[in-house]
Design a protein around this ligand. Structure first.
Ligand SMILES: *[C@@H]1O[C@H](CO)[C@@H](O)[C@H](O)[C@H]1NC(C)=O
Ligand SMILES: *[C@@H]1O[C@H](CO)[C@@H](O)[C@H](O)[C@H]1NC(C)=O
Ligand SMILES: *[C@@H]1O[C@H](CO)[C@@H](O)[C@H](O)[C@H]1NC(C)=O
Ligand SMILES: *[C@@H]1O[C@H](CO)[C@@H](O)[C@H](O)[C@H]1NC(C)=O
Ligand SMILES: *[C@@H]1O[C@H](CO)[C@@H](O)[C@H](O)[C@H]1NC(C)=O
Ligand SMILES: *[C@@H]1O[C@H](CO)[C@@H](O)[C@H](O)[C@H]1NC(C)=O
Ligand SMILES: *[C@@H]1O[C@H](CO)[C@@H](O)[C@H](O)[C@H]1NC(C)=O
Length: 738
């Protein structure tokens, strides 16, 4: 806790006695004669003052007002409850925002409306000492200023009732809290009115949001069910301010010609803080640095608790000297005779001391680390766009997307046990996990993330969460409170297409199955290219990224490399890494990833299905390493038959196989412009599939031709550049929350 100056009221020219008074703990006052130093119970140390001539400048003049029996201190209309010169802090009271249910309108009625505007004052809200608190059972509330919007969502859950002293922001807590940014002078509190609280109003009639001192808040479940939180201090809460003499840094203040530099005492220092600058007495000194001679030496020898000394203590200016009498020396903080021959005592004493010390250090360390961890988690959550995500998710009903905590995923995967690993990739590992609800999931944990991705993460999640296609692996949620966000997908039991094609399982895979898988994958990609908004380029299409469901339905997965189709050329991503054997050769020249790059990679997957050979084979002879090269060569030489898979090669099939090969060939065109769109590929595969299901078509080659022929003019699916307007949408959503 902070110590305050206790000044002698009405004693003129106290500052002359400053040195003498320094033996006590107090900060000496100093100002002209006749300046009051207290207002009611509150000390008003310089640079603050109650009269213009008593304060360092007008910003530090406070108003002491007595109404009836109570005397209160005010800065403009804000009540001041404490002032500290040592810490450069002031405690004020701010309003709590509240909205309560109104039965007449069966909606929430905006009650009090919290705001603060201390632009131009010496104060800023302390980012370290305050937080934004939101209470309620369906309460999305936020603080807003010119430059930021920050808030959180508090919910209740019948199954997990809120707990006292727990304001976690996880589901059911009834309370959530967020850190404040630095340097805030203006804010207003808002509620988002998206929620209908008709069902819950009887138990929890009101929602609250306020900025308040961390240390002064501890959650009680009664805050939800009654109005004690609001009423306990006349609908206000304490808030900690940092103050600065002027809104300048130390360097600027020292050369400022208009306002005199405030750190006038000898042995004082200047400190730049979020509000501007302030002064402190140097180490070993105490007092009021704003007054000439205000900082005086601390007599450490008088305070054995803070400055322990077992021997002879001697005060020096700015420090003290602790020594033992001649013939003795300091051992483990105790003066011992030097020539003492018994060695047991110091050794035992030393060991015990050491053990105690180690335990103490470990404990403090652990406590600190825990706190740090919590803050780091919150920071990551913010950095990764968690708030944006939350807001948008809640406004779009039916989006089954969850934000997981790190703990939940650790539990699900047995602390990321190696035995749970079901896949490796260039980007990281995929773990199988089982959630508390017994649902099986796949957790993707990436190795690294770059700064740009970090910022875009929340947005990207939003888009992926809205993708709903039966042939795309569904993303269930993510975990943002870790350095590299983790993704949670539905679990797909039957492995990858790669395993199916190249695995040693001895199963026969019919042409029909292969075509269906190809068709389903193509459909999924076509959907990403043309139906998603903004369009999505997968960027890493390959057989290991096509998963197979219980009944071997194809599910395209892994958007780790995917980019949202860029809006302008300068944004063309360079961060995508494809996989050898699948990579679009045009992309390697131009560094421009387009939807046609996916078409190329898909062409290679088609080849794998046709030939049961790997896309890239390091062992083979030079000209056989790349499957696409081998295939193109075979097509040129008219020797397609040589590389086709024996399992599907029979006389009745050749027409179909050739059709598929031609399609693959078109996909592998050197120039992206000449490749078909994913939609075209999917349509063609669909028609082939249907023909194979109805072999009668084969009898009539004319009908076959018409079935297999080119589709009526397909519009090339050049990427549309719809602008990405979630930010805008959110801004609008927030407006309506007022
Ligand atoms: C102090 O407060 C009183 C009552 O609110 C007001 O009349 C007076 O103008 C204030 N004085 C200053 C200097 O703000
Ligand atoms: C509820 O809303 C109605 C209509 O706006 C208003 O007249 C009434 O005073 C409100 N009730 C309360 C308790 O605020
Ligand atoms: C909230 O829902 C109830 C029914 O559950 C309905 O009667 C009421 O009009 C809704 N209120 C608002 C503000 O939409
Ligand atoms: C805050 O107050 C300053 C002047 O005191 C004014 O210029 C500014 O517009 C105010 N800001 C808001 C958001 O009210
Ligand atoms: C929380 O504490 C309050 C008293 O401070 C008590 O009335 C309430 O029942 C407690 N809630 C729980 C869930 O223990
Ligand atoms: C402060 O320092 C100046 C110069 O360093 C010196 O002349 C003066 O006596 C000092 N004042 C006090 C009160 O120690
Ligand atoms: C502390 O006192 C010892 C003995 O009086 C002396 O030798 C030493 O120089 C002093 N140290 C300081 C920093 O004054």
């Amino acid at each position: 806790m902070v110590k305050f100056s206790r000044l002698l009221l009405g004693l003129p020219a106290v500052w002359m006695l400053a040195a003498a008074a320094a033996a006590a703990d107090d900060v000496p006052a100093a100002r002209g004669p006749g300046c009051a130093t207290r207002c009611g119970d509150i000390d008003v140390p310089y640079p603050f003052g109650l009269d213009p001539q008593c304060a360092i400048h007008a910003g530090f003049q406070l108003n002491c007002t007595t109404v009836g029996r109570t005397t209160k201190l005010f800065h403009n209309n804000l009540e001041v409850i404490k002032l500290s010169v040592q810490d450069g802090k002031a405690w004020l009271k701010t309003w709590i925002s509240r909205e309560c249910y109104n039965q007449t309108t069966s909606g929430m009625l905006y009650g009090n409306y919290a705001w603060m505007n201390i632009t131009g004052s010496p104060y800023v809200l302390s980012a370290d000492d305050n937080k934004i608190i939101v209470l309620g059972c369906n309460s999305f509330a936020y603080m807003r200023s010119d430059s930021y919007i920050i808030g959180c969502l508090a919910t209740c859950d019948v199954n997990i009732p809120p707990k006292n002293d727990s304001c976690s922001g996880t589901a059911g807590a009834g309370c959530c809290q967020v850190d404040l940014p630095k340097g805030v002078r203006v804010y207003q509190g808002f509620f988002n009115s998206l929620y209908n609280t008709t069902a819950i109003w009887r138990n929890t009639p009101c929602n609250y949001v306020t900025v308040m001192e961390r240390a002064a808040f501890s959650f009680s479940t009664t805050y939800l069910t009654s109005s004690v939180f609001y009423d306990r201090d006349d609908s206000r809460s304490p808030v900690v301010m940092e103050w600065g003499i002027t809104q300048k840094t130390c360097e600027a203040a020292k050369i400022d010609k208009n306002v005199p530099y405030a750190c006038v005492s000898n042995y004082s220092e200047c400190i730049t803080n979020d509000a501007g600058y302030l002064c402190k007495c140097s180490r070993g000194f105490k007092g009021n640095p704003y007054i000439a001679g205000g900082c005086t030496d601390i007599d450490e020898c008088q305070d054995k608790v803070t400055y322990p000394c077992a021997g002879i203590c001697k005060n020096t200016v700015g420090g003290y000297n602790c020594s033992c009498s001649p013939g003795k020396s300091l051992i483990n903080g105790v003066c011992e005779k030097k020539q003492k021959s018994v060695w047991m005592a110091p050794v035992v004493g030393g060991s015990v001391g050491l053990v105690v010390l180690v335990i103490a250090i470990t404990c403090t360390y652990l406590i600190r680390e825990r706190r740090k961890l919590h803050r780091i988690k919150q920071m990551y959550f913010r950095q990764h766009g968690g708030l944006l995500l939350f807001e948008e998710m809640k406004s779009q009903q039916g989006v089954a997307f969850k934000i997981f905590s790190e703990e939940e995923l650790q539990q699900a995967t047995n602390r990321f046990d190696e035995q749970h690993v079901i896949g490796h990739g260039g980007h990281g590992k995929v773990y199988k996990g089982v959630l508390k609800s017994d649902a099986e999931v796949a957790v993707k944990r990436c190795m690294t993330i770059d700064e740009q991705q970090r910022k875009e993460f929340g947005k990207e999640m939003l888009i992926l969460s809205q993708i709903n296609h039966k042939n795309i692996v569904k993303i269930l949620g993510c975990c943002l409170e870790v350095e590299v966000p983790m993704l949670v997908y539905e679990f797909i039991p039957n492995g990858t297409l790669f395993d199916l094609i190249h695995g040693n399982h001895g199963k026969h895979i019919s042409l029909g199955t292969r075509l269906r898988i190809a068709y389903e994958s193509a459909e999924a990609l076509a959907y990403l290219h043309s139906c998603a908004s903004p369009p999505i380029i997968h960027g890493d299409v390959k057989s290991t990224n096509i998963l197979l469901d219980g009944d071997y339905t194809a599910k395209v997965s892994d958007f780790g490399a995917s980019i949202l189709a860029p809006n302008d050329k300068s944004q063309f991503a360079t961060l995508v890494q494809g996989t050898c054997g699948y990579l679009d050769p045009e992309y390697m020249q131009t560094c421009q990833l387009t939807d046609k790059s996916d078409v190329y990679s898909f062409g290679v997957v088609l080849l794998e299905l046709l030939t049961r050979k790997k896309a890239f084979n390091l062992e083979g002879p030079e000209h056989e390493k790349s499957l696409s090269m081998r295939f193109l060569y075979a097509m040129k030489e008219n020797k397609l038959e040589n590389i086709l898979d024996d399992q599907i090669k029979n006389n009745g099939n050749m027409d179909y196989l050739e059709e598929i090969a031609k399609l693959a060939w078109r996909c592998l065109e050197m120039s992206g412009l000449n490749r078909p769109s994913m939609k075209e590929v999917a349509d063609k595969l669909d028609r082939l599939r249907k023909v194979i299901q109805h072999p009668w078509a084969h009898e009539n080659s004319e009908e076959l031709d018409s079935l297999l022929g080119e589709p009526p003019s397909m519009v090339s699916s050049a990427v549309t550049t719809e602008s990405f307007s979630i930010a805008k949408k959110i801004a609008m959503g927030l407006e309506s929350g007022r």
